[in-house]
Ligand binder design. Structure first.
Ligand code: MAN
Length: 575
């Protein structure tokens, strides 16, 4: 993962403190950086830096023999390289590990100091001194190979490398500045969005108060309408109400029917008596007349009588009698109209129960009349109607409407409450440093990698989409922020995470992986002028890692690594 040599040198250059540059040119033993010059001032003797009790004559400095336990007597050779912590620190090939500001000058030297005139001074690991290889990455002046081991001659290339570095650095700075401006814009946008949420919350709170008051009023109104309706029903159940008129009419009509029927039955009975008498006369006549008296008129009369007598049936009369008796049973006449008024709770009950008091033959007639009357009363809001399922409801239209108004007000109130909760929780959500990620929420970028297109939607989810078609796979949903320590390349274009602690976004609980976990992704963020996915890796089955560039982490002060990514602790690295 080592960068190109020029790039690495360029990066190294960025890590040297300005104070170090100022000391260039002063006379110091070979390989000593300006910040350690004070230890080498005595022209006669030298005290080991971290063991000052060990004092050596200056002739023992850089004599290719390691005398001091901290190696400080050999700043210009590789004799004490075995002591140097720089060797392991450069093992990964990351140039920035030679940063002298991170070394402890009381204990050890950071490496061999290359003045790199025309470019930027740097430390090269002691192990690289006089190893027969030109370490231009760190030592563009070739001074690390001063002994010419194996005939190697490292020309000073600092002019050329420095010019190249400055060209790249200029572009990089330009891009970094643009990225920082973008971050500022994002932060401003995020603040504006947050303000919008706060304002909306205020409006919602006022609206909610209105909804609450309305719901309370509607509740009162419902109670009043219910009370009014009860009072009306109670009034109507006795005298003067609409039902009383109805009941009075029905009672009057039934009384008239009973009276008429009784009269008709009396007249019928009288007629029947007369018919009986006449039949007796004719019967006697047909038995007693003299058939020998050849009177044709008498014979015809007798024959007609005999036909009449033969065709007469007793059942006809019996059936009619039963019907009439049924109509006039004593309970009709004795019908107690107050009974069903008292038993019934409301007009509705009364109306429904009235027919139960009637004899069967009258029931269908009265039923039909009542049905049309009831429909009229419901249409006019006097009686309660039916609900959507056609079931009878025990409420009048007025009560139903009041209840509907209450429900609507309650719905508005509850929705308002939910909306407030949603916005309040948004205000307490962690949107990263300066809340900057609020402005990026749900913004997506994607990249082709292997057989998939990968997508990252900030603070929402990561997706894997097969390029040859097929179902899209959720690689995790937003779960929060974290930090990750990285040690990665930065390309000449400034793309890459560099080294250090970086902001990262966790996405968890994605689509379940067969024989594995639910998919999850860690998106590690590096500073870039534009949102872009740099790399995607499946670190283990269904556990993904994305490296993503975004201006959101290009802090103006809180920058880190080679590309200026914001660090979680806000520490500043010099540029
Ligand atoms: C799919 C992809 C892979 C994953 C396998 C696991 O092919 O999501 O990234 O490793 O499923 O079965």
């Amino acid at each position: 993962m080592r960068s190109t040599s020029i790039e690495a040198l360029l990066l190294l250059g960025s890590a040297i403190a300005p104070a170090a540059r100022a000391a260039e040119g002063s006379s110091r033993p070979r390989g000593v950086g300006p910040e350690f010059a004070k230890y080498y001032k005595d022209p006669a003797q030298f005290a080991c830096i971290s063991h000052p009790s060990i004092v050596l004559p200056v002739s023992r400095l850089n004599d290719d023999y390691c005398d001091c336990p901290d190696g400080s007597d050999e700043p210009g050779t590789s004799a004490c390289a075995y002591l140097s912590p720089l060797s392991p620190r450069t093992a990964g090939g990351v140039a920035l590990s030679a940063d002298p500001s991170s070394a402890d000058p009381n204990t050890t030297l950071p490496g061999f100091y290359c003045k790199n005139k025309g470019h930027i001074p740097a430390y090269v690991p002691f192990v690289s001194v006089n190893d027969g290889v030109c370490d231009y990455e760190l030592c563009c002046d070739g001074s690390d190979e001063w002994e010419g081991v194996g005939g190697v001659k490292c020309a000073d290339r600092c002019k050329e490398i420095g010019a190249e570095w400055r060209k790249h650095d200029e572009a990089r700075q330009k891009s970094l500045n643009a990225a920082r401006v973008k971050r500022k814009e994002l932060v401003a946008e995020a603040a504006r969005m947050k303000k919008e949420v706060e304002d909306r919350l205020q409006t919602l709170a006022t609206e909610l108060e209105g909804h609450r008051i309305k719901a309370e009023n509607m509740e009162k109104e419902l109670q009043e309408v219910e009370a009014q309706e009860k009072a009306r029903i109670a009034k109507g159940g006795k005298k003067g109400g609409k039902f009383a008129v109805l009941a009075g009419l029905a009672k009057q009509r039934i009384d008239e029917l009973i009276e008429a029927l009784t009269r008709v039955r009396g007249e019928r009975d009288a007629s029947r008596e007369k018919v009986k008498e006449l039949e007796a006369i004719l019967s006697r006549f047909s038995e007693e007349y003299n058939p020998n008296f050849n009177d044709e008129g008498v014979k015809r009369a007798v024959n007609s009588w005999l036909d009449y007598a033969a065709s007469k049936t007793a059942e006809d009369n019996a059936a009619q009698d039963r019907d009439l008796d049924e109509f006039l049973k004593p309970e009709i006449e004795g019908l107690n109209w107050d009974d069903f008024e008292r038993d019934a709770e409301s007009d509705v009950d009364v109306l429904y129960s009235i027919t139960a008091y009637l004899p069967a033959p009258l029931r269908s007639f009265v039923d039909a009349q009542l049905r049309s009357l009831r429909a009229f009363l419901i249409d006019n809001g006097v009686l309660p109607g039916q609900d959507a399922d056609g079931d009878s409801v025990s409420e009048t239209k007025a009560v139903q409407e009041a209840r509907d108004r209450l429900h609507a007000a309650e719905r508005d109130r509850d929705n308002g409450q939910k909306e407030i909760e949603k916005h309040s929780s948004d205000l307490t959500t962690d949107y990263g440093p300066d809340g900057v990620f609020r402005a990026l929420k749900s913004r997506c970028t994607s990249v082709d990698s292997g057989e998939y297109e990968y997508e990252h939607c900030f603070l929402s989810k990561t997706m894997q989409k097969p390029k040859k078609g097929g179902a899209h796979v959720n690689m995790g949903n937003f779960a929060g922020f974290t930090t990750v320590t990285v040690d990665e390349d930065v390309g000449p274009d400034g793309r890459g995470l560099g080294s250090g602690e970086r902001w990262a976004i966790k996405y968890e609980n994605g689509q379940h992986c067969w024989n594995g976990p639910n998919r999850m992704t860690t998106v590690i963020l590096g500073c870039a002028e534009n949102d872009e996915i740099w790399k995607v890796r499946e670190e283990e089955k269904c556990v993904y890692r994305m490296e993503v560039g975004t201006p959101a982490v290009c802090g103006p002060g809180a920058v880190g690594g080679a590309n200026g990514s914001a660090k979680k602790d806000g520490n500043k690295d010099e540029l």
